[in-house]
Design a protein around this ligand. Structure first.
Ligand code: MN
Length: 238
């Protein structure tokens, strides 16, 4: 299997895993940078992630146009992906989701910070982007490159950013890392919603986050989690 074939299959599996773990529902999407063309990315046409197959994957330019003839509808918010790939050469995969557990942290002043070990991939800081700051009253969706680039600027060099009243983005060095980070960002949000009513939260310290991240990114750790989620999503044969 060549690199493109591997990336395409992992991308389909990533769609199914994120659906199975309820990080995405009818909405939300995941992309990978094209392994042979750094100025393109691979993303499904407009379908719910649980239903995505290999045939649904469309090659996009960074500005969100399909490469070649395409008559299927594309995701309205595909510009999220291109704008992040454009700004971040280190990023190889992007997830956008509307996780219900994450949403409370997009509309309040309580920061979403890592508080348990496997959430360390999210990094120490998760900034909040508000589309209203620079675009006023909108339909809340990221529907053009100006909005995508504005979001990418707020993301900066971080792994994740929240989107006020909407959801979040995760930008990672591989599709497996993007999936792991998205899942544990959601779990961390749930645990914080459980912990905050009990009193002051003792968050992970930056040094702990760095040490944990290095450990989680080791293939022995990452591949074990991927194998587990892949089985749960019913993708053993993909
Ligand atoms: Mn959205």
């Amino acid at each position: 299997m060549d690199e493109l074939e591997t990336q395409l299959r992992d991308l389909v599996v990533a769609n199914r895993i994120l659906a199975r773990e309820e990080v995405v529902d009818a909405y939300g999407h995941v992309s990978v940078r094209h392994p042979d063309h750094a100025d393109r990315y691979l993303l499904s046409c407009s379908r719910s992630p649980e239903l995505v197959t290999l045939d649904d994957i469309v090659e996009h330019t960074l500005t969100g146009d399909p490469v070649g003839t395409e008559d299927r509808t594309l995701y309205a918010e595909r510009h999220i992906h291109g704008a992040i790939f454009e700004q971040r050469p280190d990023v190889q995969a992007v997830v956008h989701n509307h996780s219900l557990a994450v949403l409370p942290f997009t509309v309040t002043t309580t920061p979403l910070r890592p508080m348990f070990h496997t959430a360390a991939l999210m990094g120490n800081e998760v900034p909040v982007w508000d589309i209203r700051d620079n675009f006023g009253i909108t339909g809340m969706l990221v529907v053009n490159m100006d909005q995508g680039r504005d979001l990418a600027r707020t993301l900066g060099s971080n792994r994740a950013a929240l989107m006020r009243g909407h959801g979040c983005v995760v930008a990672a060095a591989s599709v497996k890392e993007a999936v792991m980070c998205s899942i544990y960002l959601q779990v961390n949000a749930r645990l914080l919603l459980d912990s905050l009513p009990l009193g002051e939260v003792n968050y992970l310290l930056p040094g702990e986050v760095d040490a944990l991240r290095d450990n989680l990114l080791r293939p022995v750790s990452m591949d074990r989690a991927w194998q587990y989620w892949r089985m749960r999503a019913g993708c053993e044969d993909l």
